[in-house]
Design a protein around this ligand. Structure first.
Ligand code: K1U
Ligand code: ZN
Length: 173
């Protein structure tokens, strides 16, 4: 397994619509495994393939936050939101592609998602709480959308400028 570098906003690959996965090749299984390792190492609770520069519809997540609880990694190819609740939830979101910036985002509190699993079978599950927020955040990445796109243009611009500065500093270091 390999820890892959995570792209930092702004990057055109983070604004691009990703293509559906056709077949579960060994290469894609390796990518999914690398993404889980990269997510745990960061640390984060989710990661989408475009964040490591691969424009395919693949996400991983594990929202178990309690110390000592067994991990619950989920790997989803071609995840699709089938239904959303009318009830909304506000959560302070972060993003591994926008380090150290957090903002409250309102999303449906519950979602039903279908996906192709590592076993090659179709899965369908209801999510709530942090899992619902995270799976929507990750699917947004596949559609070229970031959590800052839910903020006011002024706040988004402020965060984007901070990220441009961070990238310049990292290039110089
Ligand atoms: O997609 C990503 O960039 C990962 C992101 C997912 C996410 C976080 C919060 C709300 C929705 C989606 C992160 O994992 S940011 C890091 C983070 O939230 C975290 C890190 C360690 C422990 C707990 C949370
Ligand atoms: Zn993110």
């Amino acid at each position: 397994m390999t820890i892959r570098p995570i792209l930092i906003h702004p990057d055109p690959r983070l604004k691009t619509l990703s293509r559906p996965v056709a077949d579960l090749s060994d290469e894609l299984r390796q990518l999914a495994s690398d993404m889980l390792e990269t997510m745990y190492d960061a640390p984060g609770i989710g990661l989408a393939a475009p964040q490591v520069g691969v424009l395919e519809r693949l996400i991983v997540l594990d929202c178990v936050k309690e110390e000592g609880e067994p991990p619950q990694p989920l790997t989803m190819f071609n995840p699709t939101v089938l239904a959303v609740s009318d009830e909304k939830n506000v959560y302070e979101e972060g993003c591994l592609s926008i380090p150290e910036q957090y903002a409250e985002v309102e999303r449906p509190a519950e979602v039903t998602v279908s996906w192709l699993g590592l076993d090659g079978k179709e899965h369908r599950q209801d999510f709530d709480g942090l899992w619902a927020t995270c799976v929507q955040h990750e699917i947004d990445h596949l559609d070229g959308k970031l959590f800052i796109d839910y903020l006011t243009p002024m706040r988004r611009q402020m965060i984007t400028r901070k990220m441009q500065k961070l990238k310049r500093e990292r290039t110089r270091a």
